[in-house]
Ligand binder design. Structure first.
Ligand code: ABU
Length: 380
């Protein structure tokens, strides 16, 4: 018997991949959301030709919050119709300033995207260190829920990864000034706005494939963060693999780039191919990589204050290996996924884009059926 065989599969917290039949999930909320502030790890920009104008600060307008909440509630309803237990974050006032010994920031952000903060690996909940000052305390809206699982079942493991200082020294400010030609020259260095000194990662840079986890180096995840996760999980036979997408010059979160849908099938971003050689991990074990079609919106057509790309189109949520939820306007994607044999459910979600995420970002899966398996042709 291996260590993995001895891990509980009937635990209240249990999720090994991105696609097994979903049983319990947290869906984010836009209540209390603020505009993300300018800080060393983030330079928010307006879109649609208004890039040079100042980015707003403080609370988001109520009608924008209401629109997103209506769509998030639509997702909750759909999940409940499919017998998924849904929980929601506690309300938090994100307008408060943060002051620590090492940094200050004028306001915080929001609880729309639990995926960025939390990841379930088997029966363990890991709180990510995060990489941006405004998101330092973003675990707080989920703490009542996490504590509840921990109390309910003694098999639940709960880990908070080390919090970084977020001192100026942790950031590479000149990153924001590099002209495009410089970025292209450096694209194989995988050095972004954060340095390699402290442990940091956002949970949404990781994607689970049973006993293997892939995680991209990005503006929100550095090599120390990947190494921390690797050492943390290795004793349980869970392998962590760094992956890279050199043509993504501003990478942040893997779930608009490389999206596994079921064993053997990954939706890929045609503008962000995986680094040459890294595709072997998947191709040699028989996985098919299928490019997503162009999204229904261009980058300029995305909401003016959204900091994510048009590829939120790919940010789909799997209910099971056969059923996937997509944004309702992404018709070409629906057709592609149907051709691949998936049942496609659709809901409106463009109002949530304003907050930097779509269906995968705005959720955190706590329990899916299934257990840890070796799916990439590697075994410990
Ligand atoms: N939060 C996901 C954003 C990823 C992207 O813009 O491509």
């Amino acid at each position: 018997m291996t260590l993995l065989d001895s891990m509980p599969t009937d635990c209240v917290v249990s999720a090994w991949n991105e696609w097994d039949r979903l049983r319990e999930m947290v869906v984010g909320t836009a209540v209390g959301a603020n505009y993300e502030p300018t800080e060393p790890g983030s330079r928010p920009q307006r879109r649609g030709g208004r890039e040079g104008n100042p980015f707003p600060t403080g609370p988001k307008p109520q009608h924008v919050i209401d629109q997103a909440n209506e769509e998030l509630q639509g997702l909750v309803q759909l999940l409940q119709d499919w017998d998924v237990v849904v929980r929601r974050p506690s309300p938090v006032d994100f307008s408060t300033q943060l002051v620590s010994p090492d940094f200050s920031v004028e306001n915080q952000y929001c609880a729309v995207c639990p995926r960025d903060v939390l990841i379930t690996v088997g029966s363990e909940i890991i709180e990510a260190p995060m990489s941006r000052r405004a998101r330092f305390f973003e675990y707080l809206p989920y703490r009542d829920i996490v504590r509840g699982y921990w109390k309910q079942d003694q098999n639940v493991r709960w880990t908070a990864a080390p919090k970084p200082s977020m001192h100026d020294r942790m950031y590479r400010q000149e990153f924001w000034e590099w002209p495009l030609v410089e970025r292209h020259k450096r694209m194989h260095d995988f050095e972004f706005c954060v340095t390699q000194e402290e442990v940091l990662f956002d949970a949404a840079d990781a994607s689970r494939f049973g006993n293997d986890i892939i995680i991209q180096e990005s503006m929100t995840t550095n090599r120390a963060g990947i190494e921390w996760l690797r050492r943390h999980l290795q004793d349980r036979g869970i392998r962590v693999h760094a992956v890279h997408f050199p043509l993504d010059l501003f990478p942040s979160h893997i779930d608009c780039t490389f999206v596994p849908l079921r064993p053997g099938l990954i939706l890929t971003n045609p503008e962000r191919p995986i680094l040459e050689g890294e595709d072997k991990l998947f191709l040699d074990s028989g996985w098919k990589l299928v490019d997503a079609p162009q999204p229904s919106l261009t980058n300029d057509q995305m909401p003016e204050f959204c900091q994510s790309s048009k590829w939120l189109s790919m940010n789909v949520l799997s209910l099971s290996p056969d059923v996937v939820i997509c944004e309702e306007n992404e018709h070409e994607l629906h057709e592609l996924l149907s051709r691949e044999g998936l049942e496609v459910l659709t809901i409106p979600f463009r109002g949530v884009y304003e907050f930097g995420g779509s269906l995968h970002c705005a959720t955190w899966d706590v329990r899916r059926e299934g257990k840890g398996e070796d799916l990439l042709g590697i075994s410990s």
